[in-house]
Design a protein around this ligand. Structure first.
Ligand code: GAP
Length: 511
């Protein structure tokens, strides 16, 4: 399927089957803000549970917190977000559209990379089995020229960003003849910095200091509580604090559905370590987090690491875990080496000591931090993108979401074959027993085939049908989502058959 079509289909599917709705839809919606529907919220909660158990339950030295969204405004001054959490923006004077200058340049680089791939494909066809891709790329004059262009643009762009030389960023756009995708023109304004934090007013603060921010990351709630947790939990380094919560960013180019939102959810963990051990822990957490994603069982080649060349203001090293969305490889999680930047800044701005006393060495120091920061909404989108399939059957096409069983919104659908002869009563009786162990759904409308299709489309892994034979010998047919195989099983065995297949342990044991 063409990837663009797949993405459009996914968006439509999310709406049609109660996963995601546009926020305030009856008022024409609010750009880049979405609501999760009855199936979406279940999937989202299951992802959160999988993450929480993987981070907090499986790692003895990691504990969780839930900090407030509103924080003292000085937090954001100390963290650097007031001064440095900016995007460089540029407007096209003809289309009146606003863009992130860095994204325009990155997209231009991607286009040059695509030209290299085209040359490689052509040559591979020409040379057949004897083709050596690396050799070709390094010796072919055209690919050499393209690589040199990429190198020149990237180096100049990173330097300009570091020096906040916005005039040069604009010049890169002009000199590379980057045009507005809407108007096609090169009629650009100057580049300006734009802070991504939303602000609001808090009545009770002293005059002049009443502007507060909606947090742009959950991490700061962890940093300011690090000593509270360390002391009350008698934690010894290394230890981690995990948190799940909403974050808010006034994104300028909010597109690609739930990929870039203005209100989204993060799952973050700050791992506090002894200075000097950051490389070791960075590598450990990088691998652990990749494993977490891959344990869901989708094709491993859908994930890759990407090393940042443009670092956030707090980071010393950063890798993204990227997923191959229908619109290309994009970040779903960041692993950052944040040094003692945040804790030292809070120590400076609050005047409170942020040091840890190390019993073993008898010294006090500010710990270093390695952070793992995953976007819930983006992870949700990876699952839907990988799980969505259109299968050609004899007389129809079935749409199925092959969501890993432990994460599926509804685990079991219970159908009476017909709406009489005591079958609905027996079906409900079965469901009443099983509903304590799994999310069940009862349906009696339409043919069994239609009911199967509806549940395939929302990823329900098991459907059982209660028929006349069920009344005679206490058995039902169970039907499996992915294989569509059906078998007769005793009612009393249902709980065991299904429970072990939907247990999160299946994913957790792979970590
Ligand atoms: N505390 C570090 C931090 O916030 P980040 O790379 O800016 O790092 C972490 O964000 C993750 O949050 C990203 O990998 C992404 O999955 C998610 N995220 C960031 N901005 C987002 C947005 N506008 N919409 C949806 N998810 C977003």
């Amino acid at each position: 399927m063409i990837q663009e079509d797949l993405f459009k289909k996914l968006i439509a599917h999310c709406k049609e089957y109660g996963f995601i709705f546009q926020s305030s839809e009856i008022y024409d919606g609010l750009s880049a803000v979405y609501d999760y529907g009855q199936n979406g919220v279940e999937l989202k909660n299951n992802i959160k549970e999988y993450w929480w158990k993987a981070m907090v339950m499986l790692n003895e030295e990691v504990v969780g917190i839930d900090s407030a969204i509103f924080m003292h405004p000085t937090v954001w001054k100390a963290s650097g977000h007031v001064d440095a959490f900016n995007d460089p923006l540029i407007d096209n004077k003809d289309s009146k559209k606003r863009y992130r200058a860095d994204v325009l340049i990155e997209e231009h680089i991607e286009k040059i990379k695509a030209k290299i791939s085209k040359e490689v494909d052509k040559a591979a066809k020409r040379f057949g089995d004897s083709f050596d891709e690396q050799m070709f790329i390094s010796t072919n004059p055209r690919t050499q020229k393209y690589n040199q262009q990429i190198e020149e643009i990237s180096t100049r762009f990173i330097k300009s960003l570091e020096e906040e030389n916005f005039e040069d960023i604009r010049n890169i756009i002009i000199e590379n003849e980057i045009v507005c995708p809407v108007s096609g023109s090169k009629n650009w304004t100057d580049v300006r910095q734009f802070n991504l934090m939303f602000d609001t007013k808090l009545g009770s603060l002293a005059e002049g200091a009443n502007t507060i921010y909606l947090r742009p990351e959950t991490a700061q709630g962890i940093f300011v509580n690090y000593l509270n947790v360390q002391k009350t939990g008698r934690m010894k380094l290394p230890f981690g604090i995990a948190q799940i919560g909403k974050a808010f960013r006034n994104e300028i180019i909010a597109r690609q559905f739930i990929f870039r939102m203005r209100e989204f959810e993060q799952l973050e963990m700050q791992y506090f370590i002894k200075p000097g051990e950051e490389e070791k822990w960075f590598d450990i957490w990088k691998e652990k987090r990749m494993k977490w994603h891959q344990a869901m069982g989708f094709a491993p080649e859908m994930y890759k690491f990407h090393e940042h060349d443009k670092l956030a203001h707090y980071a010393k090293a950063a890798f993204d875990i990227e997923y191959k969305f229908p619109f290309g490889f994009k970040e779903i999680e960041g692993i950052h080496s944040r040094t003692d930047f945040d804790l030292s800044q809070h120590q400076k701005f609050s005047g409170k000591k942020m040091q840890y006393f190390d019993n073993e060495t008898n010294e006090s120091y500010v710990p270093y931090v390695v952070e793992t920061s995953m976007g819930l909404d983006r992870t949700f989108l990876t699952i839907l993108s990988s799980a969505y399939r259109e299968e050609k059957l004899e007389n129809e096409t079935r749409i199925v979401l092959s969501i890993p069983e432990p994460l599926a919104p509804i685990k079991l659908a219970v159908f009476p074959l017909i709406k009489k002869d005591g079958l609905p009563e027996l079906a409900k009786e079965i469901m009443d027993k099983l509903k304590y162990d799994m999310n069940c759904h009862y349906e009696e409308k339409d043919s069994i085939g239609k009911r199967y299709r509806r549940h395939d489309a929302i990823g329900t892994p098991f459907c059982i049908t209660v028929d006349h034979e069920s009344k005679e010998n206490n058995t039902v047919t169970i039907r499996y989502r992915d294989t569509m195989k059906q078998e007769r099983v005793p009612i009393e065995k249902l709980q065991n058959i299904i429970k072990e297949k939907i247990d999160l342990k299946i994913l957790l044991e792979k970590l």
